[in-house]
Design a protein around this ligand. Structure first.
Ligand SMILES: C[C@H](O)CC(=O)SCCNC(=O)CCNC(=O)[C@H](O)C(C)(C)COP(=O)(O)OP(=O)(O)OC[C@H]1O[C@@H](n2cnc3c(N)ncnc32)[C@H](O)[C@@H]1OP(=O)(O)O
Length: 727
C-alpha cells in the first residue's frame, strides 16, 4: 500500500492475454523515486507469483517511459535516510539483475518519449525493447556529476558496442529511437498507438521461443576483445582528461566499464554500484545538480510567473540593426521558426546583415547540423526591410543598434508610432539605462531589455531586464520566447551592466591591479583557465576588444567610482593600435590561425601604467600562489554579486549562479559563483577582502551584505530579507 504522499507509483493491469502491463506514474517525467522503485518491485514480485501472468511489459504514463532516477532523491540518499534501498547493489544487483532480468517470465520495455538514465537502465534489464521513432534514449548521468548506477555501464556496451556506448555516456548524448534501432539498443520501432500491443505480443513471442530471450548483461557479441577494448578505453581516458581536467567522475565511469570487460559483468555491476554511491556525495555532483535545478528555477519569478498570467502568442518579430548582435538574434529566432523582419538603414547595410544571418546558418550546414533543404526553409523566414511599413503586424521588436542614447530614443519614439499597442518593445542594450531609452514614449510598461550574449545564436543566456514599469505580462511573454529559442532566460533589474557584466567587471580589473603590482599576466590567465574558466581575464579582454572594454570601463567608473580600479594599461596599448584579437595584438599576439602567444613587449606598457598608477612591485604578489590568484580575481566578483543580490537586481542567488555559468562560462561543476562562494564560507571571503582592502584599497572593500552575512556566519545564497526593489 502506498501513502497518499508517495512520490510516484506504478500500476499493474493483467490482460486476458496473460501479459501484466506495469506503468510508471510520476509526473512530469516519471522519475524513479524510491517509492516508484519500491512499487515496481512489489508489482514485479506479484507478477512473478501470479499464475495468470505469463509475461510482463513495462511502460511509462503519458507517453514518457522515464526521465531516470529521481534527482530530488539524491539528497535523501546523501543523508543516508533510505535504509536498505541505498545499500550498494540492492537496486542494481538484487532487484534489477537478480529479480527482473533473471525472472522466469519474459519482460519487454515499451518506450515512448524518453528513457534516460535509470529509465533506460530498467529498459535494458528487460528481455527486449520496443520504441517509437522519436523517443530519446540515453545515459546522461555524467552531466549531473554521477554515472549510470543501475547497470548502465555494463549493459549499454554489450548492446551497442564499446565505442558507441562511451560516446553516449561520456557526452551525455541520447539517441533517437530510429538510431537506437540501428544500433541494436531497441528491437523494433513502431508508432505510439501500436507500442503497447506490439510489446505485449513480443513478450508472448519470447515465451513461445519465437523471439530470442536476451539477458543483456551476458551478451558478448558486441564488445571488443580485451586488448582492443583496452585501447579504446585508453583513448577515452585521454579525451576525458583533456576535455575536463578537473573532473574525476568520467574516469571513474570508464574504470567501471573496464572492470566489466576484464573481470566479467557482475564484477562490473558491483564496482559500478559502489562508485555510484561515492559520486553522489561528491562536490561535483552537488554543484551540477544545483545548476540543473537552478536553470529550471530561472523561469520562476515571484510576482510575475505566479499570478496566473499566460504568455501571449508572439507570431512575428522585428529586429532593428543587422550587425553582429542583430544578425545573431535573427538567426536564433528563425532557427526556432519565428518569422523575422530585419530592418536596416539602407540597402547596403541590410544586405550585409542578411549575409551574416546566411553565414551563421551556412556554418551549421557545413558542420552537418543542418540540411540544405532546412537551410532554405529557415532563411525564407527572414525578410529584410529599410522602413517601418511592415512593423504594423509584429508582436515584438528587438532593437540592436549601436549604443547611442539619442538614436535609441528616436527609434523607440518611432516604434510607438508604427507598432500595434500590444507590441513588446525590447532593447538589446548592454549598458544604457532602459528608462532613458524609453524617455520619449508613453510605452514604459512594454519596454524591456532582451540582452543576448555574443554570438547570440550560440550563447545560451538571455538576460531579461525589467524596469519598475515593465508589466509582468511582457516579462512572461519574453520568458516564453526565450524558452522557445532554447535560451535560459534570467530576469534581472535595470542597472549599469545588469547582472552578468556588472558581476564580472571586477574580473579584469582585479587582473589589472595584480599585474601592475608584479603578478605575471600570463600566469594569471593560466591559473584562471585551470580553475575552469574558458579563458582568463586578459585573453577575454583580447577577444572582446579594447574598444568595448574601454567603453564599458567608463560606464563603471562613472557609476561606481569608489570601487573601480583605474588602470591605464588597456588605453596605453590601444594608443599603440594594439586593441585585442581583431588587430592581432593585445595582451597576446595572434598568428593567422588565431593562436595566441605571450608577448615580451608587454613589459614596457605594464611599466608605464604602473608608474601612472603610482604603485610599486609587491614581492608578495610576484610570487602569488595559485590559490591566492584565484581568490584575488574571484572574491571581488563575489563581492559585486552580493551587491547585485542585495539591491534586488537579481531575484535569487541561484539566478546569479546561472548567469555566471551561462554568461561567463563559470565552471558548472563548481555550481556557479554564489554556490562556489558558499563552499568557502562568507566569513573567509569577508576576512580576505577586508585584509586586501587595507593593503590595496577600496577595490577590495567588502560590501555591507557580505559583512552582515559574515557576522552571522550565514551563507551568501540564503534568501535576502529586503531584496525587493523599492518602488
Ligand atoms: C542510477 C541512475 O543511473 C542515475 C540517474 O538516472 S540520474 C538521472 C538521469 N537523468 C537525467 O539526467 C535526465 C534529467 N532531465 C532532463 O534532462 C530533462 O529534464 C528531460 C529531458 C527529462 C525533460 O526535459 P524538458 O521536457 O525540457 O523538461 P524540464 O523542464 O527539464 O523538466 C520538467 C520537470 O521535471 C523535472 N525533472 C526532470 N528530470 C528529472 C529527474 N530525473 N528527477 C527529478 N525531476 C526531474 C525537472 O526538474 C522539471 O521540474 P519543474 O517543472 O519543477 O521545474
Amino acid at each position: 500500500m502506498m501513502g497518499s504522499d508517495a512520490k510516484g507509483r506504478t500500476v499493474m493491469e493483467v490482460g486476458a492475454d496473460g501479459v501484466a502491463l506495469i506503468t510508471i506514474i510520476h509526473p512530469p517525467v516519471n522519475a524513479l523515486s524510491f517509492d516508484v522503485l519500491r512499487s515496481l518491485k512489489d508489482n514485479y514480485d506479484q507478477a512473478l507469483r501470479r499464475d495468470d501472468v505469463k509475461a510482463i511489459v513495462i511502460t511509462g504514463a503519458k507517453n514518457k517511459f522515464s526521465g531516470g532516477f529521481d534527482i530530488t532523491a539524491f539528497e535523501e540518499t546523501r543523508k543516508g535516510t533510505m535504509g536498505r534501498e541505498q545499500k550498494p547493489g540492492y537496486i542494481s544487483v538484487e532487484i534489477m539483475t537478480d529479480t527482473l532480468e533473471a525472472a522466469r517470465k519474459p519482460s519487454v520495455a515499451a518506450i515512448d518519449g524518453l528513457a534516460l538514465g535509470g529509465g533506460l537502465e530498467i529498459a535494458m534489464v528487460c528481455h527486449a525493447r520496443i520504441s517509437t521513432p522519436t523517443a530519446q534514449l540515453g545515459l546522461p548521468e555524467l552531466q549531473l556529476g554521477v554515472m549510470p548506477g543501475f547497470g548502465g555501464t555494463q549493459r549499454l556496451p554489450r548492446l551497442v558496442g564499446l565505442s558507441k556506448a562511451l560516446e553516449m555516456i561520456l557526452m551525455s548524448k541520447p539517441v533517437k529511437g530510429e538510431e537506437a534501432y540501428t544500433l541494436g539498443l531497441v528491437d523494433a520501432i513502431v508508432s505510439p498507438d501500436e507500442l503497447v500491443n506490439t510489446a505485449r505480443q513480443w513478450a508472448l513471442d519470447i515465451l513461445d521461443c519465437r523471439r530470442p530471450w536476451v539477458r543483456s548483461l551476458y551478451k558478448t557479441d558486441k564488445i571488443e576483445p580485451l586488448g582492443e577494448a583496452r585501447e579504446i578505453l585508453k583513448f577515452a581516458r585521454a579525451q576525458a582528461r583533456k576535455q575536463a581536467p578537473n573532473l574525476q567522475h568520467p574516469l571513474v565511469c570508464i574504470d567501471c566499464i573496464e572492470e566489466g570487460i576484464a573481470s566479467g559483468p557482475r564484477a562490473g555491476l558491483w564496482k559500478e554500484a559502489e562508485a555510484f554511491q561515492g559520486l553522489m556525495r561528491s562536490d561535483t555532483s552537488k554543484s551540477l545538480i544545483h545548476v540543473f535545478f537552478s536553470q529550471r528555477g530561472t523561469m520562476k519569478v515571484p510576482g510575475v510567473t505566479d499570478i496566473g498570467l499566460v504568455p501571449r502568442l508572439v507570431n512575428k518579430v522585428a529586429i532593428l540593426g543587422g550587425g553582429l548582435m542583430g544578425s545573431g538574434i535573427a538567426t536564433a529566432l528563425i532557427l526556432s521558426n519565428y518569422p523575422v523582419i530585419l530592418k536596416e538603414v539602407n540597402d547596403k547595410f541590410l544586405q550585409a546583415g542578411i549575409g551574416r544571418v546566411r553565414a551563421n546558418l551556412q556554418s551549421r550546414v557545413k558542420k552537418g547540423k543542418m540540411t540544405q533543404e532546412k537551410f532554405e526553409k529557415t532563411i525564407s523566414l527572414l525578410k529584410g526591410v529599410i522602413d517601418y511599413e511592415s512593423f504594423k503586424d509584429v508582436d515584438m521588436v528587438i532593437e540592436a543598434v549601436i549604443e547611442n542614447v539619442s538614436l535609441k530614443q528616436q527609434i523607440f519614439a518611432d516604434l510607438e508610432k508604427y507598432c500595434r499597442p500590444h507590441c513588446i518593445l525590447a532593447s538589446n542594450t548592454s549598458t544604457i539605462d532602459l528608462n532613458l531609452i524609453g524617455e520619449r514614449t508613453k510605452s514604459q510598461d512594454r519596454i524591456v531589455g532582451a540582452h543576448f550574449f555574443s554570438p547570440a545564436h550560440i550563447m545560451p543566456l538571455l538576460e531579461i531586464v525589467r524596469t519598475k514599469q515593465t508589466s509582468p505580462q511582457v516579462i512572461v511573454d519574453l520568458l516564453d520566447v526565450g524558452k522557445k529559442i532554447r535560451k535560459t532566460p534570467v530576469v534581472v533589474g535595470n542597472c549599469t551592466g545588469f547582472a552578468v557584466n556588472r558581476m564580472f567587471f571586477p574580473y579584469t580589473q582585479a587582473g589589472l591591479l595584480l599585474v601592475e603590482r608584479g603578478t605575471d599576466l600570463y600566469q594569471i590567465d593560466r591559473v584562471i583557465s585551470k580553475f575552469g574558466m574558458p579563458m582568463g581575464p586578459f585573453r577575454l579582454a583580447d577577444l572582446v576588444g579594447f574598444g568595448v572594454a574601454i567603453a564599458t570601463g567608463m560606464q563603471f567608473i562613472q557609476e561606481f567610482p569608489e570601487r573601480t580600479y583605474k588602470s591605464m594599461l588597456i588605453p596605453l596599448m590601444q594608443e599603440d593600435k594594439r586593441a585585442g584579437e581583431a588587430t592581432r595584438k593585445g595582451f597576446y599576439v595572434y598568428d593567422e590561425k588565431r593562436k595566441a602567444s605571450p608577448d615580451p613587449e608587454l613589459k614596457k606598457y605594464i611599466e608605464k601604467s604602473r608608474s601612472i598608477s603610482g604603485v610599486t612591485i609587491d614581492p608578495k604578489l610576484v610570487k602569488l600562489p595559485e590559490k591566492d590568484i584565484v581568490e584575488m580575481i574571484f572574491f571581488p566578483v563575489v563581492n559585486e554579486a552580493c551587491r547585485v543580490l542585495a539591491e534586488g537586481i537579481a531575484v535569487k542567488a541561484a539566478d546569479l549562479d546561472i548567469a555566471a555559468v551561462m554568461g561567463m562560462g563559470f565552471p558548472p561543476y563548481r555550481g556557479g559563483i554564489m554556490f562556489w562562494a558558499d563552499t568557502l564560507g562568507s566569513k573567509y571571503i569577508y576576512s580576505r577582502l577586508e585584509e586586501w582592502s587595507k593593503t590595496y584599497g577600496e577595490f577590495f572593500k567588502p560590501c555591507a551584505y557580505l559583512a552582515e552575512r559574515a557576522a552571522k556566519g550565514a551563507p551568501l545564497s540564503s534568501p535576502v530579507e529586503q531584496a525587493k526593489p523599492r518602488l
